[in-house]
Design a protein around this ligand. Structure first.
Ligand code: ADP
Ligand code: ADP
Length: 237
């Protein structure tokens, strides 16, 4: 479970990114966070793996405080969290396989990761992940030779190879066309169902949110203004 307890975030310039957020997200949920640009969706998501540091309150993951975790304990918690970005964040000139394997950095010595000497077991996980998102045939292509949708599937595969228990997807389809958007959202939902990975997706399109989410969290000016099952979400959220 991911638990927000009275979480607030004030940026150094005084902008309030989050205002007293209280939330519980159960393991295996598929949650979509909606809201206009600047509502705080990205801050909310990035506070979960501490890409954004919160100013007040506490965030617990399966009862462990990530807010107060340091060093090895923090790395341990982060290992369970895969992050997917709007801009894919792949190493463009590297192969798809190497990109997917990079999700396993932290499991092995630097020597291994620098020279690409990954154990067979890791390669197996990577191929498995690529198969799950239907791009196994691209394993040896350079990442930047793939379409946007394919690149986003590589980043999903990277999270899978990492054996993430939580996937945080920050506007994963914002730069994709409608057909590709559907494919990537279908992949995320299928993976959630098949593997039970807790999935939190930020979207600015309410229609898309309604199509995919079982639970929608609506944000506005750093506050949660709606939290409930899809049927109850109105277009104002
Ligand atoms: P969203 O993801 O919903 O577009 P964000 O979480 O990115 O919203 O932003 C929430 C608010 O915090 C906005 O007012 C934004 O301008 C501000 N903000 C985000 N990142 C920073 C930052 N690094 N420094 C200062 N303000 C920020
Ligand atoms: P998003 O697509 O997540 O809403 P933005 O375009 O709002 O992203 O922000 C892009 C980057 O700029 C992020 O790293 C964010 O933290 C930072 N940022 C956003 N708003 C501000 C702000 N008002 N002051 C400083 N940095 C900001």
């Amino acid at each position: 479970m991911i638990e927000f307890k009275n979480v607030s975030k004030t940026y150094p310039n005084g902008v309030k990114g989050l205002r007293t957020i209280n939330l519980k997200i159960e393991n295996g949920e598929f949650v979509v966070v909606v809201g206009l640009s600047g509502a705080g969706k990205s801050t909310l998501l990035r506070s979960i793996n501490r890409l954004a540091e919160i100013s007040e309150g506490e965030i617990l993951i399966d009862g462990k405080s990530i807010t107060h975790a340091k060093g090895a304990a923090l790395r341990e918690i982060r290992r369970d969290i895969g992050m997917i970005f709007q801009s894919f964040n792949l190493v463009k000139r590297s192969t798809v396989l190497r990109n997917v394997l990079s999700g396993r950095v932290g499991y092995h010595s630097t020597l291994r990761t620098v020279f690409g000497l990954f154990p067979k077991e890791d390669e197996h996980l990577a191929f498995d992940a690529l198969e799950r998102v239907n791009i196994l045939d691209k394993a040896y292509s350079r990442a930047d030779q793939l379409s946007g949708g394919q690149q986003q599937r590589v980043s999903i595969a990277r999270a899978l190879a990492q054996e993430a228990k939580i996937i945080l997807a920050d506007e994963p389809v914002a730069s994709l066309d409608p057909l590709t958007t559907k494919q990537v959202m279908d992949d995320l939902r299928r993976i959630n169902k098949e593997l039970g990975i807790t999935t939190i997706v930020n979207l600015h399109h309410v229609d898309l949110a309604k199509e995919y989410a079982t639970r929608i969290i609506g944000m506005q000016a750093g506050e949660v203004v709606f939290d409930g099952p899809v049927g109850e979400a109105t277009d104002e959220t």
